[in-house]
Design a protein around this ligand. Structure first.
Ligand SMILES: Cc1ncc(COP(=O)(O)O)c(C=O)c1O
Length: 477
């Protein structure tokens, strides 16, 4: 007995197909049962012959029924066990989505970019141009080292604006800093075992080196960047540094220290990893040239990214290897495929070739400088003498050093969250996870210009309201 429902959106032939199929699979219609003729079933269901014929033909095509000449259709002999397993499988349910990440009225995350800053029209035209020009290239993997044109454009850009001296053979396109560092760490772990990192410093490289079996030696950061006496006094043979804009404190390593650091690298098999992540964003004075450019023949691995100006979601970055590592690197990764989409690489190459990249840098620098200046003024207005700003003048964040009597970081972060503000913990940048004093990282990149003043006002109210429920953090030094 089959029932067709004319009000159902499923076509009638499909309803019939589903019902017969169900009965075949459940064994209700046993193997070799003869199905009613097309005409009889059409009459019985008061439907057209086409409907029945459509259902039968589909069942026949899929093997649920077979036909005998002039005798009609019969149910196929199916492996009932397999059939019932197939049948009894619960309809696939889409796994529940993890849900939207909590959103905050004021997001002070230091790595957010302006939500409407992405150059959509230009990027789209570069993507389309790449598709039009090189559809054939999409049929193979491409070079592990990255698209040649992109590497050439990066080389020219680095030479012009960062003083980096290299040729495109020394450039490798990567999917972000951690990917680049991971490639490097694999290569270096035979000859090195200990990495010096800035403390406080960018937290993510520590994980990469630890995963590769390195010992991490945190080296204090002072006004001149990494403490070079401490570095020389230790046993690290690799130093990971952010000399042009120390992350998170913002210092620029002075030239004397740069030269000393290079001297350290040259004095016996040591190596510098220079992370030049946001050097485009300097709001006063000239950009600080790279360390690599001072001694292009020294053992310096230079890392750059498109995450700070263009988009962190594209996962596009690059590393420049010293000549001494080139052979080993190529040998190690000869049989690897690239990890960055060729299409995206080509679009980036076009974006640079058309001059969009440098224009975009200028536009973003102006935008972020505006946000930076508004934030500085707002801090002055609402925190007054209760806090000092550290590391202003560059990048996408500044650090706020709060006075002695104020709450600890954890309490401020949770109070801020309760008031609709996101704060990235400064303690994450400390090697032992414990800051000396209460410091807040205040990113302004993702904040709307119009929100900065109100966000800082609310933050000041939150931080400066000292009461019993806000004790000094446990473990704070
Ligand atoms: C010090 C530092 N280096 C590099 C990056 C960028 O990394 P990626 O290229 O993986 O986006 C960041 C991002 O916040 C950073 O703070």
């Amino acid at each position: 007995m089959f029932i067709l429902n004319a009000n159902d959106k499923t076509p009638l032939y499909r309803q019939l197909y589903n019902q017969i199929r169900e009965q075949v699979l459940s064994g209700k219609l046993p193997a070799h049962t003869r199905l009613p003729s097309v005409r009889d079933l059409a009459n019985e269901l008061s439907t057209s012959r086409n409907t029945v014929e459509g259902a039968y033909l589909e069942l026949f095509a899929e093997g649920y029924i077979y036909s005998r000449q002039r005798s009609g259709y019969f149910v196929s002999a199916l492996d009932q066990l397999a059939a019932s397993v197939t049948r009894s499988r619960a309809p696939l349910q889409q796994s529940p989505s993890p849900g939207p990440a909590p959103t905050f009225r004021y997001d002070f995350h230091p790595a957010r970019l302006d939500p409407s800053g992405f150059p959509l029209a230009q990027w789209r035209s570069c993507l389309l141009e790449s598709l039009r020009e090189s559809p054939g290239e999409l049929s193979h993997y491409g070079s592990v080292q990255g698209d040649w044109e992109l590497r050439c454009n990066i080389q020219q850009y680095l030479e012009r604006s960062r003083g980096v001296v290299c040729d495109p053979e020394r450039i490798f396109i990567c999917a972000g800093l951690q990917h680049g560092l991971d490639l490097v760490a694999h290569l270096l772990r035979d000859g090195h075992s200990t990495v010096a990192v800035e403390n406080p410093g960018y937290h993510l490289p520590r994980a990469v080196f630890q995963n590769n079996g390195f010992r991490i030696v945190p080296v204090p950061v002072g006004a001149g960047g990494m403490d070079l006496d401490a570095l020389r006094g230790g046993d690290s043979s690799i130093a990971y540094v952010t000399p042009s804009h120390q992350m998170p404190m913002g210092q620029v390593m002075p030239i004397a220290n740069r030269l000393k650091l290079i001297e350290w690298a040259q004095s016996g098999g040591n190596l510098i990893i220079e992370d030049d992540y946001d050097s485009e964003l300097r709001y006063h004075g000239k950009p600080i040239p790279s360390l690599q450019g001072l001694r292009p023949d020294a053992d310096i691995i230079y890392l750059g990214t498109f995450s700070k100006i263009l988009s962190p979601a594209l996962r596009l970055s690059y590393l420049v290897l010293p000549n001494s590592l080139l052979g080993g690197f190529n040998a190690l990764y000869r049989d690897f495929f690239p990890t960055v989409s060729l299409l995206e690489q080509k679009a980036m190459a076009k974006f640079m070739a058309h001059g969009y990249w440098e224009r975009h840098i200028r536009r973003m620098r102006t935008l972020y400088q505006k946000k930076h200046d508004i934030m500085l003024k707002a801090i002055d207005r609402h925190f007054g003498n209760s806090a000092n700003v550290i590391g202003a003048g560059a990048g996408l964040h500044m650090v706020l050093q709060l006075g002695e009597s104020v709450c600890g970081e954890g309490a401020i972060i949770s109070r801020a969250a309760a008031n609709g503000m996101y704060l990235f913990p400064f303690s994450a940048t400390c090697a032992d996870g414990v800051p000396d004093t209460t410091r807040l990282m205040l990113g302004f990149g993702g904040m709307a210009v119009a929100d900065i003043e109100a966000g800082i006002r609310l933050l000041a109210e939150t931080c400066l309201k000292v009461d019993e429920s806000c004790p000094q953090e446990q473990g704070q030094k």
